[in-house]
Design a protein around this ligand. Structure first.
Ligand SMILES: *Cc1c(COP(=O)(O)O)cnc(C)c1O
Length: 377
């Protein structure tokens, strides 16, 4: 059996090596390191893939979220509702822009933002909702868009974990990230569409917003050396774009490989006491398994984690602390009774190795190790 890895980027590289090496050599020759043709081509190809009018590449996913909020003109004191159970980047940029983060609880099955909790959290100061498509499963976007429309709010999708996921709306199928007013994604190497360094992008169908954002990523310039707004420096470089161009045509295949591994995990764990396999959200979404995340019941998660460590099986606990309890984000506004789901999830979740190169014997070893531990402890 090959050594089990949480993410196997080397194995994936083997399949695209020639293409990537060739484009890297070309970039060395042309020296178009920033905003070269690779970046422009990638932008077009991603627009086509997502069915979205505008893709604006940037330096990373955190920047993409921040720039989305800047582009929408959110300002001091505006309230932005997001999930308590997510990676810190989501709430970090809200705080950084001196907006007011409003953390709300999540759905116990999907781990995604609870739409009833969103409704409860809306005040006259609310300006935007940031649903996070956690672990690769799309949030309940129909409900979220309806709430947003009713209260005149923006929806910024944090799509860092769900690129390529389809969302089946009532009338049509859309790509995750292309449903809200603006989407933000990350090309961090371990994401479903990962570069070989940092990268990110924004998506929108709004021409005016796209124009605003294109200026913001480039120091607020719309005309050379005319700075109309306060911007940032956030660029995707040509090497990263070349990697992403090699991977984009394979993204559906990669996501299928993840789903296939997820199904194998499911099969092995189904009916095993003390394990809850990942829920799939009925008919409206698909899951692209950025993470395969189990709930380990009866307080056994940490003991199991320790056992996996001894058996050299990699795992992750995403995320061990709710954001409302993180030192940087604690606030008197938050009441423990409003976070019962997240408070419980952080003690139960366990993510298993998930990538495009997982092999059957590895899955078999991982699942049998977990099952026998739970039976005997
Ligand atoms: C990875 C991630 C980000 C941040 O992306 P970076 O490219 O690392 O800045 C934001 N939100 C979520 C949910 C993520 O998983």
């Amino acid at each position: 059996m090959k050594k089990i890895q949480m993410v196997d980027l080397k194995g994936q590289y083997e399949g695209i090596k020639d293409q990537i090496n060739n484009s890297f050599n070309e970039i060395f020759e042309t020296t178009a390191f920033i905003n070269g043709t690779e970046v422009q081509q990638f932008q077009k190809e991603l627009e086509e893939y997502l069915g979205v009018k505008h893709v604006i590449p940037c330096a990373n996913g955190t920047d993409a979220l921040q720039i989305a909020m800047m582009g929408l003109g959110l300002k001091l004191g505006d309230e932005v509702i997001t999930a308590d159970f997510t990676f810190a980047a989501t709430v970090e940029v809200i705080a950084l822009l001196q907006l007011t983060p409003v953390l709300v609880d999540v759905d116990p099955r999907t781990f995604n933002i609870d739409t009833e909790a969103i409704k409860q959290a809306i005040t006259p100061k609310t300006k935007a909702i940031v649903p996070v498509h956690l672990f690769g499963q799309v949030a309940n976007m129909d409900a979220i868009m309806a709430i947003a429309q009713e209260h005149n709010l923006y929806v910024i999708e944090d799509n860092a974990q769900a690129i390529g996921a389809n969302y089946h709306s009532e009338h049509r199928t859309l790509k995750a990230g292309a449903i809200g007013h603006v989407g933000a994604t990350s090309f961090f190497p371990s994401k479903n569409l990962g570069a070989y360094g940092d990268g990110g992008a924004l998506f929108t169908n709004d021409d005016e917003l796209a124009h605003t954002i294109r200026g913001i990523v480039n120091h607020g310039m719309y005309e050379r050396y005319h700075h109309d707004v306060v911007g940032v420096n956030s660029r995707l470089d040509s090497f990263q774009a070349a990697v992403l161009r090699a991977k984009l045509p394979r993204l559906d295949m990669y996501n299928e490989a993840r789903k296939k591994s997820a199904l194998k995990y499911d099969e092995a764990f189904r009916g095993i006491e003390g394990i809850e396999i990942p829920y799939r959200g009925g008919d409206y979404d698909t899951h692209v398994f950025h993470q395969y995340t189990l709930k380990i019941k009866d307080g056994k998660r940490d003991a199991l984690a320790k056992h996996l460590q001894q058996e050299q099986i990699p795992f992750g606990v995403y995320y061990p602390i709710p954001l409302h309890l993180q030192k940087a984000y604690v606030d008197d506004r938050y009441l423990e009774k409003d976070f019962t789901v997240t408070n419980k999830l952080v003690k139960e979740v366990l993510s298993l190795p998930m990538h495009t190169e997982l092999e059957d014997d590895q899955i078999e070893y991982i699942t049998s190790t977990i099952i026998s531990f739970l039976k005997n402890n």
